[in-house]
Design a binder for this molecule. Structure first.
Ligand SMILES: C[S@@+](CC[C@H](N)C(=O)[O-])C[C@H]1O[C@@H](n2cnc3c(N)ncnc32)[C@H](O)[C@@H]1O
Length: 220
């Protein structure tokens, strides 16, 4: 009896689109940009990994689950011109747009859940820091990979950062999936070749260390 109850309450239900959205809108409306654990002044190691692809500054780049990240500011500063930021939280994108002021007009902003999004164009580079790892349900992970296949050009790059196997078990109070590069390659499937993998230690604004892995894939 006790075992039956434990197994029923112990099994986490996948988050619905609206519960995800309200969680993240609440985070971005109640917390200052610099008070969230994932805040960075400069998007490391993402910028170095993007530079390693040698993509030109007119490459189409999308930041999946970009939130209020400064990656977009950093890429505009490096003269990249064709940038899209996708996030399911309108509040997150609103904060980034407000910070960028007039520069925001040169960026495409997409409010969508990546698992249900219908891409309207294709991209040379797909970047994701700490969004995929919130998808704990296999069907959501498969939907994410399908969107990646629809959106990424042949020979396009995908740079995906997640908590590493020795990283935290939760992020923003939610359960996450920790990956090593080979787990991630297995999740993405054979269409994506792993070309670079590295570990990264993120120091949160409160001084805690979070262990990430960042993997770069090239689409066949
Ligand atoms: C930990 S934050 C990271 C934000 C940003 N990538 C950064 O590095 O600062 C995770 C982000 O993923 C977004 N997110 C979570 N699940 C998502 C989904 N299914 N579709 C789109 N965005 C999602 C959240 O709204 C949030 O902005």
């Amino acid at each position: 009896m006790i075992a039956a109850i434990t197994s029923r309450i112990g099994k986490a239900q996948p988050m619905t689109d609206s519960s995800r959205r309200s969680h993240w809108d609440n985070v971005y409306t109640t917390r200052h940009e610099k008070d969230v654990s994932w805040y960075q002044d400069r998007a490391t190691p993402s910028l170095d990994l993007i530079a390693l692809t040698s993509l030109p500054t007119d490459a189409e780049i999308i930041d999946i689950g970009g939130g209020a990240s400064r990656l977009v500011d950093n890429l505009l500063g490096a003269n990249f011109k064709r940038l899209t930021v996708l996030d399911l939280s309108a509040a997150a994108l609103g904060a980034a747009r407000q910070r960028l002021g007039a520069h925001a007009a040169s960026v495409k902003w997409v409010v969508a859940d990546v698992t249900a999004w219908q891409p309207l164009q294709s991209y040379d580079l797909w970047h994701d820091r700490a969004a995929l790892h919130f998808l704990t349900d296999g069907a959501d992970q498969s939907a994410y990979v399908e969107r990646m296949k629809q959106a990424l050009k042949p020979a396009g790059f995908a740079i995906i950062g997640t908590f590493a196997p020795d990283g935290p078990e939760r992020c923003s109070g939610l359960p996450i999936v920790r990956y090593d590069p080979s787990d991630l390659a297995a999740t993405l499937g054979q269409e994506f070749e792993l070309i670079d993998a590295r570990r990264h230690q993120h120091v949160t604004p409160r001084g805690a260390v979070q262990r990430f892995q960042f993997s770069t894939f090239r689409r066949h």
